[in-house]
Design a protein around this ligand. Structure first.
Ligand code: ADP
Ligand code: MG
Length: 400
């Protein structure tokens, strides 16, 4: 990698600004799944051990420029402190006088977490004044360890790099890139992608460019219904993004033209509400009752997906197969997680990416049996599509 990183650059006894990806699921005022926090520990420990004052910044959720108390990073600071085994400070804003006074007063080895970056709209706007304000926390070094945010050109991932002496990759960033690079360049075949989750938008583009790279594409989760609707089926009250139905239809015919197997579910679990009060019934996808919504893939689909994945040498998975947060609707997602674990045991390379997908793999108890658990969903997919990640491009070049 021609970028400067913690592997090649020594950073000691400075105030260092570190972008991490602490966009974790919250359960009330507690951290639901701490995978992403654990993933950042090597970088934080390394920097603190070298006598640096470590100033951490992250986004959480989509507060869209508003201060949303339910999206505070406070619970993350608490959890980080437990995991790190040393005190972690927290400051109520990421920029401004109060925050700057706090970061100026830090001692060697101190760790401080700044409040949610996205409480300021300027973060996602990549506003230069805001980026400069962030950079003021650092003496000279900015470390980017937020692989999960590297596909976005925001103030904390790109803008800030213009206002520091050096912008270098953290250990997590290095590990993700080193793992995903060979997969992008020469994946073992057959190569399959399994996509699910809540939204088609944002992922449709990914699907289109993955089509030229994979041999098999399996679709589950809520996004299946937009595809099924494109095929003319009535999907009841299932989640559909109407404005994307046409695009979904184009993808289906595209796949056919390229001889790529695009597999859609043949059955699903249909329930009258999404909250788990109704256990639901299994129906073929062409017989979803008008008053019900699909909340999981059905048993026939699970079996067919398993068979289709069996010969694959590479499998990339992003997006749960159903509303796995509700136990009654988690069957398809848990089965997918176990299928990937079995394939890994048999020598396939398997990658799971995305906050919820990783949480699902953890819930299924198979996370450590997969080849690579990527902390980035969108970022890992865009990387595997062959796209450059702006957060990586912005890092300082290695001096030769
Ligand atoms: P990831 O975080 O892994 O990238 P997403 O955020 O795209 O995944 O999607 C995860 C969400 O998708 C979960 O909260 C899950 O409940 C939801 N989901 C999956 N299937 C359905 C469905 N059939 N109807 C509604 N929501 C669904
Ligand atoms: Mg998610």
């Amino acid at each position: 990698m021609p970028k400067q990183s913690l592997k090649t650059v020594s950073v000691a006894r400075e105030r260092v600004l570190v972008r991490v990806d602490f966009n974790v699921p919250l359960q009330g005022d507690k951290v639901g799944d701490d995978t992403r926090i654990r993933a950042a520990l090597p970088t934080i420990r390394h920097l603190a051990d070298k006598g640096n004052a470590v100033i951490l910044m992250s986004h959480l959720g989509r507060p869209k420029g508003q201060v949303k108390p339910e999206l505070t990073l406070k619970p993350v600071a608490t959890r980080l402190q437990e995991l790190l085994g040393r005190p972690v400070g927290f400051v109520e804003d990421c920029v401004g006088e109060v925050a700057e006074t706090r970061t100026r007063s830090l001692q060697p080895g101190d760790v401080l977490l700044l409040e949610n970056l996205r409480f300021h709209r300027e973060e996602t706007d990549n506003d230069q004044t805001f980026a400069r304000a962030l950079a003021r926390h650092a003496e000279r070094t900015y470390v980017n360890d937020a692989f999960g945010a590297a596909h976005r050109a925001h103030a904390s991932t790109v803008g800030v790099t213009a206002f520091v002496d050096r912008a270098i990759a953290g250990y997590l960033m290095i590990r993700e890139l080193e793992y995903l690079l060979p997969l992008m360049e020469h994946p073992g075949r057959p190569y399959a992608a399994v996509l699910g989750g809540a939204k088609v938008s944002g992922k449709l583009e990914v699907i289109e460019s993955l089509l030229v790279r994979v041999d098999r594409l399996l679709i589950g989760g809520a996004m299946m219904f937009t595809f099924l609707k494109a095929k003319g089926l009535d999907v009841g009250r299932s989640l559909v993004e109407d404005e994307l139905v046409e695009t979904a239809g184009r993808i289906v015919s595209d796949a056919a033209a390229r001889n790529i197997d695009l597999l859609l579910p043949e059955d699903c679990l249909a329930a009258s509400s999404i909250d788990g009060s109704d256990p639901g019934v299994v129906v073929p996808v062409n017989a979803i009752p008008p008053d019900r919504m699909g909340v999981d893939v059905g048993p026939a689909t699970i079996e067919r997906f398993r068979k289709y994945l069996a010969p694959c040498k590479t499998v990339v998975w992003n997006g749960p197969m159903g509303v796995f947060e509700v136990d009654a609707y988690a069957t398809g997602t848990m089965a997918m997680a176990r299928t990937l674990a079995e394939l890994t045991d048999r020598g396939a390379t398997t990658v799971v990416g995305g906050g919820d997908s990783v949480a699902a793999a953890v819930k299924a108890g198979v996370a450590d049996r997969l080849s690579h658990v990527s902390t980035g969903g969108g970022a890992s997919l865009e990387f595997l599509e062959g796209k450059e990640l702006p957060g990586v491009v912005a890092l300082s070049e290695e001096r030769t």
